[in-house]
Design a protein around this ligand. Structure first.
Ligand SMILES: O=C(O)[C@H](O)[C@@H](O)[C@H](O)[C@H](O)COP(=O)(O)O
Length: 260
């Protein structure tokens, strides 16, 4: 197991989503108390959106100062803005349209009918510019030190929209790339790359279900990031795996919360 990784296993997907939402409230409130602001990178996928829905219904939700939270995405499906497949649209319906975020601090990736038209490379380059514009001198590079980055993963090991053996898995210069012919539809996407992912102070990998158990076990036993991109998703200070029992099924004896 990658010694830098922490693993917490929950009895079921609902508990994982609720517990992750509770973790986010505490983390973001503490960061804002210490520094006045915080940054969070959202993920698409069922688990990521379930967490946002739980956050919306959390009784402690508004302990977060939503106006002082910078929001980014780890990836986006390159589809029209009102396409139900858009991660941004799903995140707005699940949470963002229900809390008083500062629109200027919600950094969405461009849709395919936006200012860059149907050019995912232009959309990716523009998002890299957004990241660079929000980086501070102490970030030591063109990407902010995101406080928390949520990432899902696929059964074959993708994370964000970095798929196994894809060009994005070899990208070590650019922070954001266009991704085409993705095995997971929609086929065209915009994604952070490993350098951008590893700019995060904390990476929280969130997943559920038996279908992810092999990828989880392989990632935690040192698989290579080109063959299994989620293995390359590490935070500068913390890599936290939040799993349900099924997704942890191949990890051997890891305590479950609560023990079941
Ligand atoms: O835009 C996307 O599709 C995601 O960012 C992707 O990386 C997702 O997080 C995983 O595929 C897990 O998705 P599920 O949680 O639905 O399994």
């Amino acid at each position: 197991m990658n010694p830098a990784s922490e693993v917490v296993v929950y009895a079921n997907p609902g508990l994982l989503a609720a517990a992750c939402a509770a973790r986010l409230v505490t983390k973001l409130v503490d960061l804002q108390a210490a520094r006045g602001s915080a940054s969070l990178v959202l993920t698409g996928g069922g688990t990521g959106i379930a967490i946002l829905e739980q956050l919306r219904h959390s009784p402690a939700r508004d302990a977060i100062d939503w106006a002082r939270l910078d929001l980014y995405w780890g990836d986006e499906r390159f589809v029209p803005a009102d396409d139900p497949e858009r991660n941004e649209k799903q995140a707005r319906e699940a949470l963002l349209d229900h809390v008083p975020v500062d629109p200027a601090r919600v950094h969405a990736m461009a849709p395919s009918d936006g200012e860059f038209g149907d050019d995912p490379d232009a959309a990716a380059a523009a998002y890299a510019d957004v990241l660079a514009a929000n980086a501070r001198p102490e970030d030591h590079g063109p990407v902010p030190t995101f406080d928390v980055m949520l990432l899902g993963l696929g059964g074959e090991g993708h994370t964000a929209s970095i798929f196994p053996e894809s060009p994005a898995a070899y990208e070590n210069e650019r922070s954001v790339v266009a991704v085409r012919n993705c095995p997971k539809p929609p086929p065209t996407r915009v994604s952070l790359t490993f350098p951008a992912i590893r700019s995060a102070a904390e990476v929280w990998l969130v997943t559920t279900g038996e279908a992810k158990a092999d990828a989880v076990a392989l990632a935690l036993s040192g698989a290579g990031e080109v063959q299994l991109p989620v293995a390359g998703a590490r935070g500068r200070r913390r890599t936290l795996w939040l799993l349900d029992k099924a997704a942890a099924g191949k990890l051997g004896d890891v305590p479950t919360s609560p023990r079941v």
